[in-house]
Design a binder for this molecule. Structure first.
Ligand SMILES: Cc1ncc(COP(=O)(O)O)c(C=O)c1O
Length: 306
């Protein structure tokens, strides 16, 4: 996971192998069709966080994507823990790792049909959780910028299927970075409502309450869910509702949520300051509550990597 002589071990369809030996077919459905579902979870202090919930979401994605997996959720959980254990010696004290699952419909048989004909290709790996790129946003906030491209409508591909077809998100991110190389994209849906970021959900704080788009047009993020729970524990009102650009311009606070960084404050939206242009109090309060929940300082961990 970190540099060193020991090779990272990854899991590929039944075997734990050094990463250099992990090979998939060029006929795999992930390559030929982008037909592959995914999960990214993380550890806190080397312990998996919400891993069972990530695996539950993975099985929901698999079902809707019509990918048959030969393992039960309990088996997949055990395999995942084995991958984590195999790579534990490479994890530095104070650092953490991603745990990534990619599951495709296996090797394809070229022809008229797209149905799965071979066992799923199961790819599981860990990776050092590099937080450096986000670290300064905890104190300075990031610049949130709307992309030109709109989100793929859920009527075409339901945003709740966490899948590896990342072309739309990648293009949207590149577009936002034309405005500011450090921009974090805000992707609107085809009706002009805020949907999500290329890898995160969005919240605004207005009139003292939290507002976030419903999962009609975005992934049901587990960090989003964690923020909702933490906010409700603190007695804050949380509303799932349609948000437009106007709501971000006029919000007191805006932040993104995602597994690696948990919460990323935004202090500027399309060039205008959000609130007083500083990271907001409710954002800080919720981040502190999250740190308390996992027993470590989330911000300090990222800042140690600068
Ligand atoms: C498109 C998209 N939205 C939101 C999220 C946030 O989800 P989570 O909080 O479960 O990491 C992700 C995570 O990768 C994502 O890819």
């Amino acid at each position: 996971m970190t540099e060193g002589s020991q090779s990272r071990m990854v899991y590929l369809s039944g075997e734990m192998v050094p990463e250099a030996e992990a090979r998939i077919s060029i006929f795999d459905s992930s390559v030929l069709l982008g037909h592959c579902v995914t999960e990214s979870s993380r550890t806190f202090q080397h312990r998996p966080f919400l891993l069972e919930q990530h695996i539950d979401r993975l099985y929901r994605s698999l079902k809707v994507a019509r990918i048959h997996l030969q393992h039960t959720p309990a088996e997949l959980l055990q395999i995942t823990l084995n991958v984590l254990d195999a790579n534990r010696p490479m994890m530095a004290t104070g650092d953490d790792c991603w745990i990534v699952h990619n599951i495709s419909a296996g090797s394809l048989k070229l022809g008229p049909g797209s149905n799965q004909v071979n066992p799923a290709t199961v790819m599981i790996f860990t990776n050092h959780l590099a937080l450096r790129g986000w670290a300064r946003f905890y104190t300075d906030g990031c610049h949130a910028v709307t992309s030109m491209s709109r989100a793929v409508p859920s009527q075409t591909l339901d945003a709740r299927i966490k899948n590896r077809s990342r072309m739309a998100y990648t293009i949207a991110d590149a577009e936002a970075r034309l405005v500011d190389p450090d921009a974090q994209c805000v992707i609107l849906d085809i009706d002009g409502n805020v949907s999500e970021n290329k890898g995160g959900n969005l919240f605004v704080v207005s009139d003292g309450e939290l507002r976030t788009p419903s999962t009609d047009n975005c992934l049901a993020g587990l960090s989003r869910q964690t923020v909702i729970e933490l906010a409700q524990e603190q007695g804050l009102v949380v509303r799932e509702m349609k948000l437009q650009m106007y709501d971000l311009y006029t919000a007191d606070e805006v932040f993104f949520t995602s597994t690696p960084y948990c919460m990323m404050p935004a202090t500027k939206f399309n060039g205008l300051p959000i609130g007083d242009g500083c990271v907001g109090g409710i954002t800080q309060q919720l981040l502190a509550a999250w740190s308390e929940r996992v027993g470590m300082d989330i911000v300090a961990q990222a800042q140690r990597q600068i």
